[in-house]
Design a protein around this ligand. Structure first.
Ligand SMILES: [Ca+2]
Length: 218
């Protein structure tokens, strides 16, 4: 009887010890797994932050690339000012800034190159410039109109000069666009084959912080 009781006690002790050891092992495993999950979450947060930073950098690079492509396209691909029977002045009020007559297409007859703006003159004839206004530089040849420049210019001015033909170059028009953010220069020459003016970008200063220029105004 005594032997049976002793055997029961030993078995009970062994079983209790076994359960306790199993529970401790399970808790350790849970703690290890929790630490691993926390580490993975930290890694995930860091990766998300890196991704956001990269997206920001990519957006800036894309913007710079677009600007470069736009600039290159403007420099490489000339515009074409073909003839139109409709004046670009139609539909709005325009103020004539300046004009000049010269034979630009070599047919012996002068065309009129004229610069207009949407800004108005006051009663004494002085220009009333706004922060920005539209400009049109156009050529009139009989009943045909050629638009060399038609844009809204913010805090800036448009000028033109006329050049006669030489042995090296045909007659043409230079268009200067001076703004608070840069300077553009375009050259327009008549193309006999296409029957219109090829407008090439000669120079584009890009984005500048212009503090002053001595160009005359109006
Ligand atoms: Ca002519």
């Amino acid at each position: 009887m005594k032997n049976k009781l002793l055997l029961f006690i030993i078995i009970a002790v062994l079983l209790t010890a076994g359960c306790s050891a199993g529970t401790e092992t399970a808790w350790s495993e849970v703690e290890r797994l929790e630490a691993e999950v926390a580490a993975l979450n930290n890694e995930k947060d860091a990766a998300a932050e890196r991704e956001e930073n990269l997206r920001g950098q990519m957006a800036i690079l894309q913007e710079e690339l677009d600007e470069c492509m736009e600039k290159i396209a403007g420099e490489i691909e000339p515009r074409f000012g073909g003839p139109s029977k409709t004046s670009p002045l139609e539909g709005n009020e325009w103020t004539l800034i300046d004009y000049y007559g010269h034979d630009l297409d070599g047919d012996g007859t002068d065309e009129i190159t004229a610069l207009y703006t949407s800004a108005e003159r006051d009663a004494s004839g002085e220009m009333m410039w706004d922060d920005g206004q539209d400009f049109i530089l156009m050529i009139t040849d009989g009943s045909d109109y050629y638009t060399l420049f038609k844009e809204f210019v913010q805090i800036g001015m448009v000028y033109f000069s006329i050049h006669g033909a030489t042995d090296e170059a045909p007659a043409g028009v230079l268009t200067f666009v001076s703004t608070g953010a840069g300077l553009r220069l375009e050259k327009s020459t008549y193309n006999v084959e296409d029957g219109g003016y090829v407008i090439e970008s000669v120079y584009d200063a890009g984005s500048l912080n212009v503090m002053y220029n001595s160009f005359p105004c109006g």
